[in-house]
Design a protein around this ligand. Sequence first.
Ligand code: 5GP
Ligand code: MN
Length: 356
Amino acid sequence: MVQMYLSGMEDVFAREEVAALKAQVKSAKSVVVTSHRSPDGDAIGSSLALKHMLSAMGVSSTVVMPDAYATFLHWMPGQDSVRFHDAEPEAVSALVEEADMLFCLDYNAPSRAGGLAEAVQHACDKEGSTVVMIDHHQEPEPFADVMLSDPTTGSTCELIYRLLQAWGMEEALDADLASCLYCGLITDTGSFRFSSVQPSSHDMASVLLATGMDHSRIHSLIYDACRLEQVQLTAYALSQKLQVFPEHRSAIISLSLEELKRYSAQKGDTEGLVNRALAIEGINFAAFIKEDVDRVKMSLRSRGAFSVRDVAATHFNGGGHHNAAGGACEGESLQSVVDRMVTLIPTWSDDLQYDD
Ligand code: 5GP
Ligand code: MN
């Protein structure tokens, strides 16, 4: 098994090995595309975009996800064919284990694939199959045969677009493929707000728009499709559950399962809540902590120099990016995780005293 670590210091997609993958994928008998647990817009967008590219090459593939994704993403072309591990564990694990070409998109370690983790690891260990990781998270575990890693890029969809260019497939870029790529591009860059945005991000948006893709409709589908109860949950969280520590430039919100149930919360309903806490003037660190059935999950955000990735990795079994990260605590109560956070915040106070 030859491992190839291509990092963002060079144009990794210009390498011969990447061009060679195209021939390899064409001769593969079974191609499977996977992404991470609780798939987001970049996970689904990049996976379906790759599926569209492969089908334009005459290669059929199956997109599989560990679990379901938020309803505001239920519009993407090709999404009807996605299969979920939590709905049919044995069949989906078998697909992953038996693939002779397995793509791992938008995650940097098998453990991030939730229920699919074991099957992904099995595929990595198996002789004769090729596992390709395409991802933008820092410090990937060296698990795949081909690792296309570029942590300087804001979204995996931008990397899939670079793959499309490297494979000389610009002609395959129709409005359906463009819509999938655009979804990951806007959701992972905060609609072009984050510092990870590069001139090439806008160049890509320009090319996507030229396909006739309806960008305005996509923004509406993602951002303006809230159920009334979701808006009311947000109002409750901000008015009753927001704790601000102005002296430490920090804010946190927590929600229990009971509170989530009270507002009939569905997957994705609390996405973006953490950004409301970060939007408060003077706040450089925000956390949203929520109780789940089997764990306590958190979303962390920062502005500027303070690394939430370090916070997630050091204290909350997580990881992610410098300014956007997450973690999960199993076997610990919501109150205990919140208490730990409230105790830790003052210890970071000195590092959080800056204006950007
Ligand atoms: P979000 O807060 O939007 O769920 O995630 C923000 C970022 O943190 C994403 O890049 C995501 O991949 C990463 N992230 C979220 N949860 C976890 C986790 O439990 N473990 C790790 N390693 N990364 C996470
Ligand atoms: Mn991503």
